[in-house]
Design a protein around this ligand. Structure first.
Ligand code: NAP
Length: 239
């Protein structure tokens, strides 16, 4: 029960890595509020769910203010919502570039700007941003995605400094997963997935639960002296 009496907000909660994070937080005693694009608000499977598009600043302001009206504080924020719109640079449209920036980069800012300063005023909190191995090494056909995932690391390091000011005591870290078996990979040909697995030291892709375990560590007091870091969870991958 590493997160007993903690309240956590997880974006992208209804699928893949976000879903695994929600399960692991619930198993560890947290009160969880999931934000995602699907379905209607409600309480499902032991946690609260709110429909919110993280790329929409007004929607974020609305949902976060409702959460603060109903909960004393938010102790943990995980920015996990993310999308891909892959294409080689010569073929990538402006729309593909802008969509990925809107969700993966601005979406992280839209939510964190509302939660981070409040955590700082409360003198405590942990924020975990989901980056990617692609944000560190780059990847063919993913210039938009790589830019956002590298940008998330810049935001993480900046917020680790900002939200620690005035005894803020807010830790901000990133997790950079390698290729993880979720819907995000469903359009990637098996041959390419096999090649990615071959590029890891462990010879396989990640399970969402393995990424969630790293997020749990950073969310909990087990990591109480870790901030401004990027935790690579990629099986020893070098792209
Ligand atoms: P996923 O299975 O596609 O789940 C992403 C979730 O985010 C979905 O439920 C999706 O909803 C939601 N979402 C998308 N746009 C949103 C928006 N504007 N507002 C709120 N929610 C939104 O992907 P995943 O693999 O779990 O990825 C989770 C995070 O890990 C992402 O940030 C991704 O970049 C990162 N990551 C993934 C991998 C990988 O190999 N899978 C590797 C490194 C990093 P819909 O289903 O309705 O679109």
């Amino acid at each position: 029960m590493l997160l007993k009496e903690k309240t956590a907000v997880v974006t992208g909660s209804e699928n893949g890595i976000g879903k695994a994070i929600v399960s692991s937080f619930l198993e560890n005693g947290a009160e969880v509020i999931g934000l995602d694009l699907q379905a209607e608000d409600g309480r499902v499977l032991g946690y609260e769910y709110r429909r919110a598009d993280v790329s929409d600043m007004g929607a974020c302001e609305d949902v976060i203010s409702r959460i603060y009206a109903e909960h004393e504080k938010i102790d943990i924020l995980v920015n996990c919502a993310g999308i891909t719109r892959d294409a080689m640079t010569r073929k990538m449209t402006e729309e593909q570039f802008d969509e990925v920036v809107a969700v993966n980069l601005k979406g992280v800012w839209n939510v964190t700007r509302l939660v981070g300063p409040k955590m700082q005023a409360e003198h405590g909190g942990s924020i975990i941003n989901i980056s990617s191995v692609v944000g560190i090494y780059g990847n063919i056909g993913q210039v938009n995605y790589a830019a956002t995932k590298a940008g998330v690391i810049g935001m993480t390091k900046t917020w680790a400094k900002e939200f620690a000011l005035k005894d803020g005591n807010v830790r901000v870290n990133a997790v950079a997963p390698g290729y993880t078996l979720t819907d995000m990979l469903k359009t990637v040909p098996q041959e390419l997935l096999d090649r990615f697995a071959g590029q890891t030291m462990l010879g396989r892709l990640a399970k969402p639960e393995e990424i969630a375990a790293a997020v749990l560590f950073l969310a909990s007091d087990m990591s109480s002296y870790i901030t401004g870091e990027v935790l690579n969870v990629n099986g020893g991958m070098r792209l």
